[in-house]
Design a protein around this ligand. Structure first.
Ligand SMILES: Nc1ncnc2c1ncn2[C@@H]1O[C@H](COP(=O)(O)OP(=O)(O)OP(=O)(O)O)[C@@H](O)[C@H]1O
Length: 322
């Protein structure tokens, strides 16, 4: 559904008197198959929006190629636009207009007759839980309702592929979870392909079949959230022992699980990242018991996408996450 090779975009800038260039996107390869929900994850300024704007034909690539819904973004931009929905970060509703009119107008922009756009808009309002909002002004709607109205506008021409730029930014946790279920429903119920940008780790984890991680204009990982977490970080095993004399044997036993690694000790807590920790746990507890080490607690924490990002880039995404 989306195939990009070496997609890049630079912007001319000025640093004092000198003209220079910002490489916003530095050569991206990506593939999205029909029916997938793919999350494009990265920190502020990583190149997410620039990539999205190239894929939606709003921005011309400096180099590289991309086909979207079977059409080339450079030579067939009109056909790409007809085949996709695009919901921008800022939304496209007019505060003073009526919600239903906005959707119908948008449909007519795509050449859909008014009666058909109205029927399609009403169907989308029902699906997106906007019943009773047809005559409401967007400025009198909640943030979550406005975001769902933006999505209805993006879908009025019935595209098979929709691009959502940071769909839940600024929403409260309940409205975000509600929007996630609507986005899942677009795929589950209608077989749509969804490509969304986010800097929320929990969003990528909960909603996306696959995650592409972008950092400084380059894709640094692409896989399912589970596979990313399995490959990169390992589970965090944390043992708390009864007294300090037992720290050394506990640390020795834990370290033995990962060749070349040493457990971290903090007071009576001993911890280490252990790939596939579940399969080692029973043996570890038995060994410590045999050695007379009394465990106060054993905790195994699955890695988060933030651990993945940290391992890949040396920096944390957590400050950005909700
Ligand atoms: N029109 C422009 N002129 C100059 N630089 C730009 C322009 N658009 C984007 N950039 C720069 O390109 C880089 C990537 O920006 P982009 O908006 O694609 O990032 P992003 O990952 O979408 O960030 P955010 O999460 O903050 O929206 C940034 O350094 C940005 O400042």
């Amino acid at each position: 559904m989306i195939h990009a090779r070496g997609l890049a975009r630079s912007f001319p800038t000025r640093a004092g008197r000198d003209k220079t260039e910002v490489r916003a996107v530095a050569g991206v390869d990506l593939d999205v198959e029909a029916g997938e929900i793919v999350g494009f994850l990265g920190p502020n300024g990583a190149g997410k929006t620039t990539t999205l704007r190239m894929l939606t034909t709003l921005l011309t690539p400096t180099s590289g190629t991309a086909t979207v819904a079977g059409y080339d973004v450079a030579s067939q931009p009109g056909l790409v636009r007809q085949s996709i929905g695009y919901v921008s970060q800022s939304g496209s509703t007019q505060p003073e207009a009526r919600a239903g009119e906005e959707v119908v107008d948008h449909g007519q922009l795509y050449g859909i007759p008014k009666a058909q756009a109205t029927a399609r808009g009403q169907e989308l309002f029902a699906q997106l839980e906007l019943d009773g909002m047809w005559k409401r002004a967007p400025k009198a709607m909640s943030g979550g309702q406005r975001r769902r109205l933006d999505i209805a506008m993006g879908l009025v021409h019935d595209p098979q592929l929709v691009f959502l730029d940071e769909p839940t930014t600024g929403l409260d946790p309940q409205a975000r979870a509600n929007l996630w279920s609507h986005i899942s429903q677009l795929r589950n119920g209608r077989g749509m392909t969804v490509f969304l940008t986010t800097h929320y780790l929990d969003e990528a984890d909960a909603l996306c079949d696959r995650v592409l991680v972008i950092d400084r204009g380059t894709i640094v990982a692409a896989d399912t959230p589970d596979a990313l977490k399995r490959q990169v970080a390992g589970d965090l095993v944390e043992l708390v022992v009864g007294d300090r004399a037992q720290v050394v044997p506990a640390a020795t036993a834990l370290s033995a699980l990962v060749p070349g690694e040493s457990a971290h000790v903090d007071g009576t807590t001993v911890s280490l990242r252990v790939p596939g920790a579940g399969s080692h746990l029973a043996g570890l507890v038995r060994e410590l018991d045999d050695a007379g080490v009394a465990l106060v607690s054993v905790d195994v924490r699955r890695p988060t996408l933030d651990d993945v990002f940290l391992t890949l880039t040396g920096r944390s995404l957590r400050e950005d996450a909700a």
